[in-house]
Design a protein. Structure first.
Length: 229
């Protein structure tokens, strides 16, 4: 064998070894599919028809991942233009951020008349309109049951979207309200009046100042009663 052929063979073998040693790189299409599945799960909690478009991620030669975990950043909510984080859990840890466009066509509810503070919401007080739910402000009512029977905490003008944070549960208690404080024991029930020191829904613990000035803790039973612990 000539020297030139020998050297050529060695070079080819070295090149093959180098190529074989390089790790496989992450396929962008797999990342896109994982993000799409994740967003489909997120949109499933909304009433309406979802459309999702995920942009191809910009990868910087990340090694192929065995377990990809999409996530939304802490405190983030689903938006029309959403950033989804994707972290690799192994064999080599890395993370990237992927952009996606999301729309959910569904119904939301607006007031049909002027609803005054303290009024109870009925079916006649609201009507549905269709649109992209994700382009609406947070807390907009998208299901009539979120408002039906609730009490308005502020004036709601006709045609204005009804927001869940503008309503309160009819069994809730407001700060400053006079309530019936009830204590139960073996064979007895003691009652008295007190002033609520914070807002609270049914089942929540609040504090009540009794007529003697003592502050006690209790559980909200309904719109007028607190069970003292």
């Amino acid at each position: 064998m000539s020297l030139s052929r020998y050297l050529s063979g060695m070079a080819a073998a070295l090149l093959a070894t180098t190529v074989a040693a390089q790790p496989a790189l992450q396929d962008p299409a797999i990342v896109v599919a994982e993000v799409e599945n994740f967003l489909q799960g997120q949109t499933a909690t909304y009433p309406g028809s979802a459309q999702i478009s995920v942009e191809a991620p910009r990868l910087n030669r990340q090694p192929a991942c065995d377990i990809l975990e999409p996530f939304l950043t802490s405190g983030a909510r689903l938006r029309a233009r959403t950033t989804v984080g994707v972290r690799c859990l192994g064999p080599e840890a890395w993370s990237i951020y992927v952009q996606a466009n999301v729309s959910i066509q569904g119904y939301y509810y607006v007031a049909t008349r002027t609803i005054q503070n303290g009024e109870i919401i009925t079916l006649d007080d609201m009507t549905g309109r269709e649109g992209d739910i994700l382009k609406l402000p947070p807390n907009v009512v998208v299901d009539p049951s979120q408002a039906l029977g609730y009490i308005a905490k502020q004036r709601i003008n006709p045609g204005t979207t009804i927001k869940a944070n503008a309503l309160r549960d009819p069994n809730s208690i407001e700060r400053g309200q006079t309530v019936r404080a009830e204590a139960r024991g073996m064979g007895f029930v003691a009652t008295g009046e007190g002033q609520d020191l914070r807002n609270g829904a049914a089942g929540q613990e609040i504090q009540v100042r009794s007529s003697s000035g003592q502050v006690v803790s209790g559980i909200v039973v309904d719109a007028n009663t607190v069970r003292v612990m």
